[in-house]
Design a protein around this ligand. Structure first.
Ligand SMILES: [Zn+2]
Ligand SMILES: [Zn+2]
Length: 229
């Protein structure tokens, strides 16, 4: 069964619902967006009761901000990579390391704190979504944060969180143009992760901000930087 990927656009970020036999919600937006997410599910005719897992691409405030509220509302487990679990537990994105000057200004406008939530499941590379009738697995793609993951589907689609960004101003302009996100905790590691995702044969990349992106332009944009790894 080829699972559907439905984007739920939120104030700052985009969450995704993957629909197989069960549904997996990827990321929970910012603090206070649980109702927006639940109505997003209904808009796609996905009964919130079908959601079996809250899976996080990483532990930033705009991706795990409504996790605590959704855990309470849906009574489902929250999953995150072990390396980002401390962010979720503390409800703190930690220090955002800017990649360029404009990022510094953006960092000032972001509240790094969010309601803390206890992770129920720590996922690693290779964690399969097959138990939900979804032919996809987790790929560890660190760099933006140490515990950043991507969900790679057997058919070449991927949800990659903040591994990169589509367009500028969070995807408001030219959302199909690949670029670096504003922040990365480890730039060399981030580049290795982009190369890893491309090497795994990804075709279409869904992102937390902007996108989706096609593999061709992504390779063109980032391959020259792979020499710097
Ligand atoms: Zn992020
Ligand atoms: Zn983000």
């Amino acid at each position: 069964m080829i699972p559907a990927i439905f984007p739920i656009r939120l104030r700052i970020s985009t969450a995704y619902v993957i629909l197989g036999e069960r549904a997996v919600l990827v990321d929970t937006g910012s603090n206070g967006e649980e109702d927006r997410i639940l109505s997003g599910l209904r808009r796609y005719n996905v009964d919130p009761q079908r959601v079996a897992l809250l899976l996080h691409t990483h532990g930033h405030t705009d991706h795990a901000g409504s996790t605590r509220a959704l855990k309470e509302r849906l009574r489902v487990p929250a999953a995150i990579h072990a390396a980002d679990a401390p962010k979720m537990r503390a409800g703190d994105s930690g220090r955002l390391r800017p990649l360029r000057f404009s990022s510094r200004l953006i960092a000032l406008t972001i509240n790094p704190r969010f309601p803390p939530a206890e992770p129920d499941l720590l996922v690693e590379e290779g964690y399969s979504l097959s138990e939900f009738g979804i032919s996809a697995a987790v790929l560890h793609t660190p760099g933006h944060t140490p515990g950043s993951i991507s969900v790679l589907f057997d058919d070449g689609r991927a949800i990659a969180g903040d591994l990169m960004m589509g367009g500028s101003l969070g995807g408001a302009f030219h959302p199909d143009r690949p670029g670096y996100h504003y922040f990365a905790e480890d730039l060399a590691e981030l580049r290795r992760s982009i190369r890893k995702l491309l090497d795994r044969g990804v075709k279409t990349i869904y992102l937390g901000h902007g996108g989706p992106l096609e593999a061709g332009p992504v390779r063109e944009r980032f391959a020259p930087d792979f020499d710097a790894i």
